[in-house]
Design a protein around this ligand. Structure first.
Ligand code: NAP
Length: 305
């Protein structure tokens, strides 16, 4: 049987439609959710991400403001920016695009964002609430993974979910969300002994590692659901051949753009899965959709709606 491809683009579109409806309903009550994005300097990937986020706001009817401090900005100046956004009534969500220049203390900034406006879900208050099972703004990518599983009618309850990666942004919060959905959760990382033996136990295998094609077919239990969070850019022919030799579509894409992306799961590994998220078009599109959903939610929570 061919594995089922979990279409993140379609799921993200459905979520965006729901958010747009919610924004319309809020407009009837005189509320327009607003997102402020802070983009420091000129990191090309960050510029693309932030542009897509601002564009999504426009499409869905949210207000957005883009603040672009210079690359030489200090932590103190950034703290002033955050303080001013915390105080603005037209701003419900504050997004600080990472990575930040070396001289800026990213943790201090994350801590300075009002937890009520922390639509990235990175503030320790929201991380704590998530762990305690209280209503919280959850990080967008992990929240998106749960939406993919639920909206694809994939069972989470009672399943053994193995999450490879323990970052504060993806692995840890996702493990917590899966636990709240009654999965039995194992978290793996770079010090895990015999990783393959653990991943082969997974009914739901999540890869959030940041290493191209790291999860190979031998590491997957046949019939598992694979969620590939990884986004790794391949820029040389050797790299592309390593993962996509003989794949005409990828070849063409690489020739056209000079690069292509691969997840943290080797494409061959998907062949033994029951269902999987492709890269691109899997988890990626959910991140922006969930950011929009979090901003609308923050607007309601802040007003007690
Ligand atoms: N789809 C999206 O929208 C989206 C959003 C965010 C991130 N991403 C992608 O997701 C991936 C992970 O991102 P991240 O921010 O979580 O990365 P990260 O902060 O670098 O964390 C990577 C995790 O992988 C673990 N790891 C590294 N090498 C390993 C190995 N050999 N065996 C087992 N575990 C290993 C690390 O373990 P240690 O903790 O022991 O170092 C760490 O916990 C990246 O490809 C990123 O681009 C995608």
């Amino acid at each position: 049987m061919m594995p089922r491809v979990l279409d993140g683009t379609a799921i993200a579109a459905a979520i965006k439609k729901e958010v747009a409806n919610e924004v319309r309903a809020l407009a009837g009550r005189g509320v327009r959710p607003g997102l402020a994005a802070v983009l420091v300097g000129h990191v090309p990937a960050s510029e693309i991400y932030v542009r897509s986020k601002v564009q999504a706001c426009a499409e869905l009817g949210l207000y957005s403001d883009l603040i672009t401090p210079d690359n030489s900005v200090s932590t103190e100046d950034m703290l002033d920016v955050v303080a001013s956004l915390n105080g603005r009534d037209d701003v419900d969500g504050i997004l600080i695009q990472l990575p930040l220049p070396k001289q800026v203390d990213a943790k201090a900034l994350i801590d300075a964002v009002s937890p009520a406006k922390d639509v990235d879900g990175f503030h320790p208050v929201n991380a704590g609430k998530l762990q305690a099972g209280r209503p919280a703004l959850a990080p967008c990518t992990p929240a998106g993974v749960i939406e993919i599983l639920k909206r694809s009618d994939l069972r989470i309850k009672g399943q053994h979910a193995v999450v490879v990666g323990r970052s504060d942004i993806v692995g840890k919060p996702l493990a917590m969300l899966l636990l709240h959905e009654n999965a039995t959760v194992t978290i793996c990382h770079s010090k895990t002994r015999d990783l393959g033996a653990v991943t082969r136990e997974a009914d739901i295998l999540v890869a959030a590692i940041g290493r191209p094609g790291f999860i190979t077919q031998e590491m997957v239990k046949p019939g598992a659901t694979i969620i590939d969070v990884g986004i790794n850019r391949l820029t040389t022919r050797e790299e592309v051949d390593l993962f996509f030799a003989g794949d005409m579509k990828r070849e063409a894409a690489f020739l056209r753009r000079g690069s292509t992306i691969v997840g943290d799961v080797h494409p061959k590994a998907f062949e033994v899965a029951d269902a999987y998220t492709p890269v691109p078009g899997g988890v990626g599109p959910l991140t922006i959709a969930m950011l929009m959903a979090n901003t609308a939610r923050a607007a309601k929570m802040r007003r007690g709606l």
